[in-house]
Design a protein around this ligand. Structure first.
Ligand code: NDP
Length: 243
């Protein structure tokens, strides 16, 4: 059976590395992006140059109508989704909760949480012969992120709870739902104008004394997504250098 995977936010960082990793493993990959078409096309080209199959599709996955259209386009091009990586996410500049507007909080929650619900819903409808979902959460879900990223940490905490609950809900349909919780990974997410010495501060707190690479996260996602993890559901893999 052909394996069709949607990677949300596949144009950069962890999503790009995961798309390329899965493309090399024989998945037909939909590389979703919000605004960065040229980066998404680079990812598709790299997959195709390695003999794989991929397309880039634009959609803001926090918007229900755009998610519905995204899945319809995948149906018409690659076929029905059999695997899903919920990865698209944002980190907004640090701010105390006492100063956060409702607009900021809603933007964080719709992008980081609502999108995971919407894409999971559409994927599950299509996974009539079973399937596999991996949600990208964060170490911040466990640690609470006390450095004025509390909205981000709360959004990731919701993803952990979504993972567990959904894994129970769909286990009877032979759909597995798992979660990775990366720690500090070198991507553009950290170019957000946050505290200047953040990288150094974070590194000092990591037992392995370094940040991780997107490829190190991609490898764990690929394992959980695959049949090698056929008895694994509702599980969490921390990819955080021991933190
Ligand atoms: P990047 O900022 O490098 O990339 C984010 C990706 O998400 C981009 O492809 C972007 O698309 C896409 N995206 C953002 N909003 C939307 C949206 N509304 N609809 C569709 N796509 C969207 O992030 P990372 O690779 O670092 O992060 C990926 C995931 O990993 C996130 O969920 C993040 O929270 C999580 N994570 C990251 C860590 C890190 O240290 N980097 C640590 C822990 C978790 P476009 O390029 O088109 O804007």
């Amino acid at each position: 059976m052909s394996k069709v995977v949607l990677v949300t936010g596949g144009s950069r960082g962890i999503g790009a590395a995961t798309s390329i990793y899965l493309g090399k493993q024989g998945y037909s990959v939909c590389v979703n992006y919000r605004s960065n078409e040229s980066e998404a096309i680079k990812v598709v080209t790299e997959i195709q140059q390695n003999g794989g199959s991929a397309i880039a599709l634009q959609a803001d996955v926090s918007q229900e109508n755009e998610v519905n259209i995204l899945f319809q386009k995948i149906d018409e091009t690659l076929g029905k989704v059999t695997h899903l990586v919920n990865n698209a996410g944002i980190l907004l500049p640090q701010m105390p909760v006492s100063e956060m507007t409702a607009d900021r909080i809603n933007k964080m929650l719709t992008t980081n949480v609502t999108s995971y619900f919407l894409c999971s819903r559409e994927a599950i409808k299509r996974m009539v012969n079973g399937g596999s979902i991996v949600n990208v959460s964060s170490a911040a879900a466990r640690l609470g992120s006390p450095h004025e990223y509390v909205d981000y940490a709360a959004s990731k905490g919701a993803i952990d709870t979504l993972t567990k609950g959904l894994s129970f809900e769909v286990a009877g349909k032979n759909i597995r739902v798992n979660c990775v919780r990366p720690g500090f990974i070198y991507t553009e997410m950290h170019a957000d104008g946050g505290e200047a010495n953040r990288v150094e501060r974070v590194k000092q707190q990591i037992p392995l004394q370094r940040g991780g690479s997107p490829e190190e996260v991609a490898a764990a996602i690929a394992f959980l997504l695959s049949n090698q993890a056929s008895f694994v559901t509702g599980s969490f893999v921390d990819i955080a250098g021991g933190k």
